[in-house]
Design a protein around this ligand. Structure first.
Ligand code: PMP
Length: 358
C-alpha cells in the first residue's frame, strides 16, 4: 500500500499532521467552539429563498469582488469601516491562508504565542512560512512588554495575535496590540473570531485600523452567527491590504451561493446574534461551576472555557465521551477545553463532570 512517505511530497511537509479535531456523532458536541444553536427558522427560510434565486444564474461566474457582501460586512462592523477595507473568503481560515500567501511564504517568518489556534501554525506550514513562537505571561495573558520582547527576539515578518485567544479564552488588550504594531515593521494580524462573545462594549482592534496600514483584523460568521457550515470569514484592513490579497486569491473563490447565503444572514444580524447572550451566560456558568468541582477555569471572553487542574485529561475526555459528551483535549498538560452550549447541553456537561469527580 502506498503511504504519504512514498510520494514526492514537499520536504517541508514530511511528517506533518493535518488539522484533526475528532468529528464524532454524539449527543452533546462541545469540542470545536461551534454555536450549538441552529439558525432561526425565519432566517433559514430567507436564506433558502436567496440561494434559490442565486441558483438560477449559476451558469455565470459570481461577482469576483463580492461587492454586496463586502458592503454588508462593512455595515455590520461599523467603526466607520468601508467596503474597500473588507475582504472575505471561505471561512476565516482561508482569509488567514491568503494573508500568509501574500505576506509570508518561503524565507519569511510568522510569530505566534502558544497555546493558540492550531491552524495558525498549520497554515504557516502550508504556505511555506516559518512558524516561530514566543512565551506568554502567567495564566496565558499577554502584556505589551511580553509581546515586544517576543518580537525583538524573533524578528518576524508577520505577527499573529488571537483575541480572545483560542484555546485559552483570554483577550489581548489594545495596549498590547499597539505595542506589537510599533515593535516591528511587518504585518500584524489580530484574529477576532470570537469577538462577539466579549463583554458588551469591550475594545476591538477594529478601532486601531485608522492610520495603521500594517494591521489587519479577521472575523468569522462561523461562531456568533451560527454559520460554521456555510464557510464565511472576513477581514478588515487598509484597502492596500485587500489589494495584496487579490494577488493570491483564486478568481471567483466565493461562490454565488455563499455570497447569497451570507448576505441574507447579515440582513438578519440581530436575529442571528440573538443567542450570543445565552451562550455568554452558559460560559459564565461554566466558569462559576468548575471551581466547585475542583478545576481551575481561565477568564474567557469567548464561547468556550479552558480549565486546568485535571489530573488525567485524556481519561476525563474519554469518560465524558462514554456519556456521549465530546469536549477537547488539546494536549496541554492538566487542561481541557469545553465550548458553551445550550443550557441543556451545558447542564449535561457539568453533571457528567461532577459524576467523574465523585
Ligand atoms: N480563528 C480562530 C481563533 C478559530 O478558533 C477558528 C475556528 N475554530 C477560526 C479562526 C476559523 O474559523 P472559520 O474558518 O470557520 O471562519
Amino acid at each position: 500500500m502506498t503511504t504519504l512517505d512514498d510520494l514526492p511530497i514537499r520536504d517541508d511537509l514530511r511528517g506533518k499532521k493535518p488539522y484533526g479535531a475528532p468529528q464524532k456523532p454524539v449527543r452533546v458536541a462541545l469540542n470545536v467552539n461551534e454555536n450549538t444553536h441552529p439558525v432561526p427558522e425565519t432566517v433559514a427560510q430567507d436564506i433558502v429563498d436567496r440561494v434559490a434565486q442565486a441558483v438560477r444564474t449559476v451558469n455565470r461566474y459570481p461577482d469576483r469582488e463580492f461587492t454586496v457582501l463586502r458592503e454588508k460586512l462593512a455595515a455590520y462592523l461599523g467603526h466607520g469601516i468601508t467596503r474597500e477595507q473588507i475582504w472575505a473568503a471561505n471561512g476565516s481560515n482561508e482569509v488567514l491562508q491568503q494573508f500568509m500567501q501574500a505576506f509570508g511564504g518561503p524565507g519569511r517568518t510568522v510569530l505566534g504565542f502558544p497555546p493558540t489556534y492550531s491552524m495558525h501554525s498549520i497554515i504557516a506550514e502550508g504556505t511555506g512560512t516559518h512558524w516561530v513562537t514566543a512565551p506568554r505571561d502567567a495564566d496565558f495573558e499577554l502584556s505589551p512588554e511580553t509581546v515586544e520582547r517576543g518580537i525583538r527576539a524573533t524578528k518576524p515578518d508577520i505577527v499573529f495575535l488571537c483575541s480572545p485567544n483560542n484555546p485559552t479564552g483570554t483577550p489581548v488588550s489594545l495596549d498590547t496590540i499597539e505595542a506589537a504594531y510599533s515593535a516591528f515593521d511587518g504585518m500584524l494580524l489580530v484574529d477576532e473570531a470570537y469577538a462577539e462573545f466579549a463583554p458588551t462594549g469591550s475594545p476591538t482592534a477594529l478601532t486601531l485600523l485608522e492610520g495603521r496600514p500594517r494591521l489587519a483584523v479577521s472575523r468569522t460568521l462561523s461562531k456568533a452567527f451560527a454559520f460554521a457550515g456555510a464557510r464565511v470569514g472576513y477581514l478588515a484592513a487598509d484597502p492596500a491590504v485587500t489589494d495584496a490579497l487579490r494577488l493570491v486569491r483564486l478568481p471567483y473563490h466565493l461562490s454565488a451561493l455563499t455570497q447569497a447565503a451570507a448576505g441574507a444572514a447579515l440582513d438578519h444580524a440581530d436575529l442571528m446574534l440573538a443567542m450570543v447572550d445565552d451562550i455568554k451566560a452558559q460560559r459564565d456558568r461554566i466558569v462559576a461551576e468548575l471551581p466547585k468541582l475542583g478545576y481551575r477555569p481561565y477568564r474567557s471572553w469567548s464561547n468556550f472555557v479552558l480549565f486546568g487542574g485535571v489530573a488525567d485529561p485524556h481519561d476525563v475526555f474519554l469518560r465524558l465521551l462514554a456519556d456521549d459528551i465530546l469536549i477537547r483535549d488539546l494536549g496541554i498538560p492538566g487542561h481541557l477545553r469545553v465550548s458553551a452550549g445550550t443550557e441543556a447541553e451545558t447542564t449535561a456537561f457539568l453533571e457528567a463532570l461532577a459524576r467523574i469527580e465523585a
